[in-house]
Design a binder for this molecule. Structure first.
Ligand code: FAD
Length: 451
């Protein structure tokens, strides 16, 4: 009988341990289950669904080149896999292990109905395996990274099999178009076209990044330059394994430690959600539960739409909407602005990012939001309030602002960071939603009020 190969966020054929194991056992039925029931309100956001559509298209094409194909089914993963097993006679499922709380539940539910063999490979080290000498998991990034770094480099992963044998008779598959993963409003995602979802696109990004990886340290904080790898959606969807990225970048030579440390943050985030499954829903430091957050739908909307009057924030939020991605430095500035300048609960921002980022990742998103808000187990202090205008100058964001806030394109390199102060705010661009000093004092008073 065939074995089932259950794809989730591991949409690749190279260095895919579950695929290698399945092929070793004979005929394979690769399946992707669109499961919106198990994650409930954590179902994939709109930008992720766009990505998924294209990534599944590419995965099916790559499977067909190897004599196989991708079966698409919709519903609760355990029910769908059990049904498919009954149809095909399969008695075992191979999969890459996932750490989102709903996937862990789904794995338990599947294992009750059919033998499930989970494999590693989506992280540098299996989450939960990097522990202190006493065997407890790390809470703080730096010691976590030190311990993980010592175990590196990761093993060189195994390449894709040349051929993937299929069953004598293929089961039925849904048509991808019927899943309606693409936006129904025309042109909503037209700015996403710069991305090439899928394993081939990921490989191209890695190759392009390796050429400038040695300049990562000086350029990664400059939003006007493409200094980072832009691998985040490819890594999130598992189109490339972090071990592959590690080896390609480390082999390129130069000082790549900072970059490798960022991959370490990605692993760290999974370790955090393994310890705190509801990290996106609750302050890790519960004294912040008493913080007097403001409720202002109109200000939340101004932030979402990039109309706060702070050019760097607006540029970031518009880049996010247009392309499904935002530069990391600007993510920090925009997130800090929502939390501290507008005093709006970080969970509102987390939800917006969840829906609009093509790299929306339960662990990474929650960890970074709680880091920025000062509510996390390892985080910046709440009282460290980022000054968006000086950040914008310091990181030379003029070119970035011109690109994403065209109303300001005519302003000089100095005036563009703060058109109000320079007395040259064009009509059509909003005045600052709140002054920096006033916002800072209000945030400090709020945090003082909780003692
Ligand atoms: P590079 O700088 O080239 O880094 C390489 C890889 O390392 C990234 O692709 C990513 O997988 C990982 N990485 C880098 N920085 C971080 C980090 N701080 N935390 C975890 N992993 C990291 N990243 C996500 O992948 N998904 C998210 O949902 C997400 N939400 C965020 C929310 C906020 C408020 C902030 C401040 C950051 C968030 N990040 C998230 C982290 C970071 O901004 C992105 O990973 C990064 O901008 C992706 O661009 P890149 O691939 O060019 O990164």
């Amino acid at each position: 009988p065939p074995t089932l190969l259950w794809f989730r966020r591991d949409l690749r054929l190279s260095y895919q341990a579950a695929l290698v194991a399945a092929v070793g056992e004979g005929p394979v039925v690769p399946v992707y289950v669109l499961d919106d029931e198990t994650p409930k309100h954590r179902r994939m956001g709109a930008a992720s669904r766009w990505w998924l559509h294209h990534s599944l298209t590419r995965l099916d094409a790559a499977l067909r080149e190897k004599g196989s194909r991708l079966i698409l089914r919709r519903g609760r993963a355990d029910a769908v896999l059990a049904e498919l097993a009954a149809e095909t006679g399969a008695r075992r499922v191979h999969a890459i292990r996932h750490y989102e709380p709903w996937w862990r539940n789904a794995e338990r539910a599947v294992a009750k109905r059919i033998e499930l063999v989970c494999h590693d490979g989506n992280y540098l080290a299996p989450p939960g395996s990097v522990t202190t000498g006493g065997g407890t998991p790390y809470k703080i990034f730096t010691p976590f990274w030190r311990a993980l770094r010592e175990r590196m480099p990761p093993a060189v992963p195994v390449a894709a099999p040349d051929a993937i044998p299929g069953p004598a008779q293929w089961p039925q598959s849904d048509a991808l178009a019927d899943w309606n993963l693409l936006p129904t409003r025309p042109n909503w995602a037209s700015g996403f076209d710069d991305w090439t979802p899928g394993e081939g696109g990921a490989r191209e990004r890695v190759a392009a990044f390796v050429d400038h990886a040695s300049r990562y340290d000086e350029q990664r904080n400059l939003p006007s330059i493409e200094g980072s790898s832009r691998l985040s959606p490819h890594l999130h969807f598992g189109e490339v394994s972090p071990a592959t990225v590690w080896h390609c970048v480390a082999d390129a030579g130069g000082s790549v430690e900072t970059f490798l440390g960022e991959l370490g943050w990605r692993d760290y985030a999974q370790n955090v959600i393994l310890q705190f499954p509801d990290y996106a829903a609750r302050n890790a430091r519960d004294r912040f539960d008493a913080l007097p957050w403001r409720s202002s739908p109109s200000e939340l909307k101004a932030w979402q739409q990039g109309r706060t009057g702070y050019p760097i924030v607006d540029a970031g939020m518009r880049q996010l909407w247009a392309t499904g991605w935002m530069h990391n430095r600007v993510r920090m500035i925009a997130a800090s602005f929502l939390i501290k300048h507008l005093l709006i609960d970080w969970r509102e921002g987390e939800r917006w990012f969840w829906d609009t980022l093509v790299d929306a990742d339960y662990g990474s998103n929650a960890v970074n939001w709680q880091w920025t808000s000062g509510t996390g187990i390892d985080s910046n202090l709440f009282v460290r309030i980022m000054a968006p205008l000086s950040q914008s100058e310091k990181f030379d964001a003029a070119g970035y602002i011109r690109r994403w806030v065209p109303e300001l394109a005519g302003l000089s390199d100095t005036a563009i960071h703060d058109p109000d102060a320079a007395g040259c705010r064009p009509r059509g661009y909003p005045a600052k939603i709140i002054g920096h000093r006033e916002a800072r004092e209000r945030a400090l008073a709020a945090v003082r009020s909780i003692g």
